[in-house]
Design a protein around this ligand. Structure first.
Ligand code: HEC
Length: 216
């Protein structure tokens, strides 16, 4: 009996310590982080687009977390933006960090690729722009119709001839429009470094001086 108590006690203690270190402490540290001044909340349309992103499994191949060191190279060097900080995710419920990078990180894709046309063509058929792309095509987010059916003023996707359905025009569904609005909203170019006030700067300076002295 004694051994069982030790075993169960040890297991509970291990779990409690892990929960404290991995969940409770980070939660306490981050729960009051305010949103950066330059970060706009999502619009209704962008939020719907976010649901389309989730529903279509984009997270399986795309991360939303540029890091300092990627696979040997900093993500900023790849053009994916500065490393993200907790405050960047203030409006993200749930966060869509992702773990796989079959495709590029998308946290700043709206900056690199601001063109609606580009996103629609690429979603309809990635191979139209990137011949060896392994990204799936999402033609079911679009409707096709013959030219005479297209209502006046209706936007049509400029699919290059080689990939366009014969004799038909391609028109985005509401899901495609929402998804592209969400992709275009992915820009995190604002400044997140918080300036120190004078007292905090002085305290930090003397702490750093103290540390060098100890190391000497
Ligand atoms: C099976 C993996 C896979 C899935 C699922 C996937 N992608 Fe991709 N994606 C890629 C790859 C690989 C590339 C790079 C080649 C290219 O541009 O097509 C890419 C590129 C992109 C790019 C261009 C990024 C850049 O910087 O050039 C965007 C935007 C994008 N994907 C959006 C999406 C969206 C939105 C979804 C969900 C509807 C999605 N992807 C689903 C693999 C995937």
């Amino acid at each position: 009996m004694e051994n069982e108590i030790k075993l169960v006690g040890g297991a509970v203690l291990t779990l409690a310590l892990a929960t404290a270190a991995m969940i409770v402490v980070p939660f306490m540290q981050l729960k009051d982080v305010p949103p950066p001044a330059g970060l706009a909340p999502y619009t209704e349309q962008e939020l719907r687009g976010r649901q389309v992103y989730i529903a279509n499994g984009c997270i399986a191949c795309h991360t939303q977390q540029p890091s300092t060191i990627g696979a040997g190279r900093a993500d900023a060097v790849r053009g994916w933006g500065r490393p993200s900080v907790a405050a960047d995710y203030f409006h993200d419920r749930p966060t869509l960090l992702g773990t796989m990078r079959t495709g590029p990180d998308l946290f700043n894709v709206g900056d690199r690729i601001p063109s609606e046309d580009w996103h629609h063509v690429h979603l309809y058929q990635p191979r139209a722009y990137v011949p060896d792309s392994t990204m799936p095509a999402y033609p079911f987010l679009y409707e096709t119709m013959v030219a005479v059916e297209v209502p006046p003023g209706q936007y049509t996707v400029p699919i290059p001839d080689a990939h366009a359905p014969r004799g038909r025009k391609v028109v985005p569904t509401r899901d495609a429009e929402d998804l592209v609005a969400y992709l275009k909203a992915m820009t995190r170019q604002y400044d997140v470094a918080e300036p120190l006030d004078a007292a905090a700067a002085k305290a930090l300076a003397s702490e750093l001086r103290g540390r060098t002295r100890q190391e000497d």
